[in-house]
Design a protein around this ligand. Structure first.
Ligand code: SF4
Length: 467
């Protein structure tokens, strides 16, 4: 370094040669993927579909695929025979959700490699995708997050101190194979008879609103389902409008995967008009209203999705945020996660927010990652995105709630048991003096464990059967 000397004798630098430059990185930005609506006419079943049909929400719903025969009509011979057999076997023996996929989502699959396609892997599971010895973790549960245990009113989960989850309906325009609410959402399937809400919808909504009026410590409501895209806009407007009338409610988040699965829904005039009235009312009340989307792969972001998001932002929704689910074979790599985050941000103005670890529902082991794998992916994502858009990977620990994966208190890597603590009481622990001292357990998928850990679970399972 060249220096000069001041009158007091101190040496000061007089020139600095800039030497930093863009370095080769483990992740190469920007993503290489082209941003365009995939040409639907390449698929045999859509070769004569017009643009007017494609952009119609009604057409999309009428042509939503509900079974293997309809899937074959779309893809024709591009569905390999062994995949078709495996999907059928899965529906009979493993699937916890029925098939329901709008054309918009089918069009984002790679028809040349349906076995390997990430969206096919979570929307249309095949028997051969699943783990053979341990398709389910022995401690998996239908309502693995105990959301129903924490209902204050039917469909209103009060788990965190200041926020609640309102499940308005139990259907969606698309059914995801890994759905954490498989206990409640969708049609019954051979493996799962679904729970049905018992109260009349109108009474249930009123009971939810009344609870919130009487509980001033709640300020934040996630309005979910199911999927709001399946609720008539007049019902959405009535419920959310009533929420906005409650003095203590300061934050409202509307959860919909349909924004990605069937963006055509949000481009309908009546839906846009209803959403705009809600955005205006929220603004007048000084309440933040935002949309929470659920996108798991960059291929799902198309110009139609971006157009729908843009309209919502322009009408005053504070944000559209993404809560994806981390799944093996879908997005379990640094490039897959960063491609998704950058595509969300750069192409669709959607804020990457969370990635949830796939929950411990039955038959989900092939999708789930171990906590240490999730920690590695969180590390691999840091530094590339703006800090405010760097999603946290979170583990939804039963009876605890979302914990950032690096918050684990103790971790037995051999048996795959992580231990977590919490700093608040859930809605069912008012008189539980140990709730804040207790260690809560979460379990890695057994197939990720060393042989000693696998043996531990074989023995533990055998003992519980004989007990
Ligand atoms: S959209 Fe959400 S609620 Fe509906 S099936 Fe998918 S994950 Fe479940």
């Amino acid at each position: 370094m060249t220096t000069t000397t001041t009158t007091s004798g101190a040496a000061v630098p007089i020139h600095r040669e800039p030497k930093a430059h863009a370095s080769p990185q483990p992740y190469a930005y920007p993503p290489e993927r082209e941003f365009r609506e995939p040409d639907w006419s390449r698929l045999p079943g859509y070769k004569d579909v017009t643009e007017a049909e494609w952009t119609s929400a009604k057409w999309q719903r009428q042509h939503t695929v509900k079974n293997l025969d309809q899937l074959r009509k779309v893809f024709g011979d591009l569905v390999p025979e062994d995949l078709a057999d495996s999907i059928l076997k899965d529906q009979q023996e493993r699937a916890t959700m029925s098939m329901l996929i709008p054309p918009q989502m089918l069009n984002t699959m790679d028809e040349g490699d349906l076995w390997g396609d990430p969206i096919r892997r979570y929307m249309i599971p095949a028997f051969e995708d699943r783990e053979l010895e341990w398709p389910s973790h022995p401690l998996s549960q239908r309502d693995s997050l105990h959301e129903a245990d924490m209902w204050a009113v039917e469909g209103l989960t009060h788990r965190y101190p200041q926020k609640v989850l309102a499940e308005l309906l139990s259907t969606c325009p698309q059914y995801c194979g890994h759905c954490t609410r498989m206990d409640l959402v969708g049609n019954s399937v051979p493996q799962v008879i679904k729970y049905r809400f018992e109260m009349k919808q109108k009474d249930r909504y009123e009971a939810i609103l009344q609870y919130l009026r009487e509980t001033p410590t709640v300020r934040d409501v996630v309005v979910s389902g199911g999927d709001l895209a399946n609720l008539p806009i007049s019902h959405v407007e009535h419920f959310v409008g009533s929420l906005l009338d409650i003095e203590n409610i300061r934050d409202v988040r509307l959860a919909t995967k349909g924004l990605m699965g069937i963006p055509q829904h949000f481009l309908q005039d009546d839906v846009l008009a209803g959403m705009e009235r809600l955005a205006r009312k929220a603004d007048e009340r000084g309440v933040d209203i935002a949309i929470h989307a659920h996108v798991n792969h960059a291929n799902s972001i198309t110009p139609l999705v971006a157009t729908a998001v843009r309209k919502l932002l322009d009408m005053g929704f504070r944000d559209v945020r993404n809560q994806g689910v981390l799944m093996r074979g879908v997005n379990d790599s640094q490039p897959a996660l960063l491609d998704l985050c950058f595509t969300l941000l750069d192409k669709a103005k959607i804020m990457p927010y969370y990635f949830y670890m796939c929950d411990m529902i039955p038959n989900s082991e092939h999708w789930r990652l171990a906590v240490y794998e999730a920690q590695g992916l969180q590390h691999a994502m840091m530094g590339y995105l703006p800090g405010f858009a760097t999603p946290r990977i979170v583990c939804d620990v039963p009876y605890v709630g979302k914990r950032w994966v690096h918050q684990v208190d103790a971790y037995d890597r051999v048996n795959g048991i992580s231990y977590w603590t919490k700093n608040y009481r859930t809605g069912i622990e008012h008189d539980d003096t140990d709730a804040l001292q207790r260690m809560y357990e979460y379990y890695d998928p057994i197939h990720t464990l060393p042989e000693e850990g696998k043996e531990y679970w074989r023995k533990r399972t055998a003992e519980s059967v004989t007990a």
